[in-house]
Design a protein around this ligand. Structure first.
Ligand SMILES: Cc1ncc(COP(=O)(O)O)c(C=O)c1O
Length: 465
């Protein structure tokens, strides 16, 4: 997609201050220069700002607490499961949403208190259920049959399991809302047809009844997550209202009220030059707007239905982690196709490292790490060196790039390292955490040996000497 503000112009916003272009036109991560980091640690290189993580968490926590004191921000560990990143989130006061045994392990290893962690996922395995029960982490049931597994394992462990119910809301109130991801969809019908998640609405009360009747479990809360169909707070006013109706129904039938209500993630992140699906996310709700929408509808609904003041949890991934990272990449060869007038510039980052570009039409804004005022601005395509199409930016306005230049793909902190692939056998990049003027490697760069480490040749295929 075409970038309107090509070159260097990063429009600074109050929520993005630690990764930015300085007055001299140099890309900086906190106190460090991007090009110097690329020279020192090599490229491609994920660089994370510790200060940005801390600021994001505290800003969202403060915004929520203004409208609802007992509110908690849980970081969706899937968005960036690097252990050091997870540790900074935990130190900043964020709990965790974990999928699968590895995310659960990393979230706890990072020091997140178990009562600040939830285990989500459909068709959960024995290992993760066992680990969650042992740690005291709440397990969100995503199918009625999961209760049987939890009860069985809790009985074996002789530990009472904490469980919540992930609800499948029908969300007819969103039937007229136009989504932009997937493109051209109406949110309500898409929610109902496109996801496997959540316990069917007619099974929720019977499942809650079964959980309340089982001495091996304690029913502690309700959960709902809506994906990012559109960058609008309306998603949240709808799920809050509908989830409260479900809570009231359970209370009326069974006399139970939730200890917490977890409204998941799905909050959009954007930048003025375009980001995310098809570059659509330019303006997007601020932390404060998301917090106001959630807490205002929550307080109104709790009062209307007389449901007390359960703990409020949100589980953002993308909103909290996008602007914490930049992917640095070095420019290689360029070529020009005279028939189309296109310039193609090769870079060493790839779809492997920004997978959402390939799978979801995602856009990341590229900026040169160094400003060259003497160079003309030209329309440029940036391409990786792999054998798939691998176009990382199409028709963007950039100062003419030269071999050896360093580029930064901004807002690459979420769903990048955690989704990175080794297609074409390319070793995955290193990651560096910047803290003021300090830079530490927090993921080692892979080697060729790492890429092939799990391969085995059966004896009959070993070449005769
Ligand atoms: C249950 C749950 N919570 C939170 C998230 C985080 O979503 P996002 O990164 O869009 O905020 C996801 C994403 O898949 C999820 O499935």
């Amino acid at each position: 997609m075409a970038s309107e503000l090509g070159t260097h112009e990063i429009v600074d916003t109050p929520w993005r201050q630690h990764i930015r272009v300085d007055q001299a036109g140099r890309l900086r991560i906190e106190d460090l220069d991007a090009e110097a980091l690329a020279d020192q640690f090599g490229t491609p290189l994920y660089v994370i700002s510790e200060a940005q993580i801390r600021d994001n968490v505290s800003r969202f926590r403060a915004a929520l607490a203004r409208g609802y004191p007992d509110s908690h921000v849980f970081f969706a560990t899937k968005a960036n499961r690097n252990l050091a990143v997870r540790r900074v989130f935990s130190l900043a006061g964020a709990g965790g949403d974990a999928f699968g045994p590895t995310e659960l392990y990393l979230t706890l290893l990072a020091g997140t208190p178990p009562d600040m962690v939830v285990l989500n996922g459909f068709n959960k395995g024995e290992e993760e259920i066992r680990a969650a029960i042992e740690a005291g982490v709440a397990i969100h049931l995503d199918a009625s049959a999961e209760l049987d597994d939890v009860v069985r394992i809790a009985r074996q462990l002789r530990v009472r399991a904490r469980v919540g119910v992930r609800t499948r809301l029908l969300l007819h109130s969103l039937d007229d809302l136009q989504g932009d991801w997937p493109a051209g969809t109406l949110v309500g019908p898409s929610v109902r047809t496109e996801g496997k998640e959540g316990v069917p609405i007619e099974e929720i009360v019977p499942l809650a009844a079964a959980a309340l009747a089982a001495p091996e479990v304690e029913l502690v809360g309700l959960h709902h997550h809506i994906g990012r169909f559109v960058a609008s707070v309306r998603l949240f006013t709808s799920i809050v209202a509908e989830q409260l109706d479900v809570a009231a129904e359970i209370r009326d039938q069974l006399g139970w009220t939730p200890g917490y209500l977890d409204f998941g993630g799905g909050m959009a992140y954007g930048r003025p030059e375009g980001h995310g699906p098809f570059g659509n996310d330019r303006g997007r709700p601020t932390y404060e707007e998301y917090a106001d929408a959630i807490t205002t509808s929550l307080v109104a609904g709790l009062d209307r239905l007389d449901l007390g003041r359960p703990r409020l949890i949100v589980e953002p991934g993308r909103l909290l982690a996008s602007d914490i990272g930049v992917l640095l990449s070095r420019v290689g060869v360029s070529k020009m196709f005279r028939d189309t007038g296109q310039t193609w510039v090769g870079v060493d980052a790839s779809w492997n490292h920004l997978l959402n570009v390939a799978t979801a039409g995602w856009s990341y804004h590229p900026v040169p790490a160094t400003h060259h005022p003497d160079r003309p601005v030209v329309r440029t395509n940036l391409a990786d060196s792999q054998c798939w199409s691998g176009t990382l930016a199409t028709d963007v306005a950039l100062p003419r790039l030269a071999r050896g230049d360093v580029l930064g793909f901004l807002d690459a902190g979420a769903y990048t390292e955690s989704k990175a692939l080794q297609f074409n056998g390319i070793p995955r990049p290193a990651t560096v955490l910047v803290h003021g003027s300090r830079a530490d490697v927090i993921s080692e760069r892979e080697t060729l040996q790492d890429v092939i480490a799990r391969h085995r040749l059966p004896p009959h295929l070993v070449a005769p000497r």
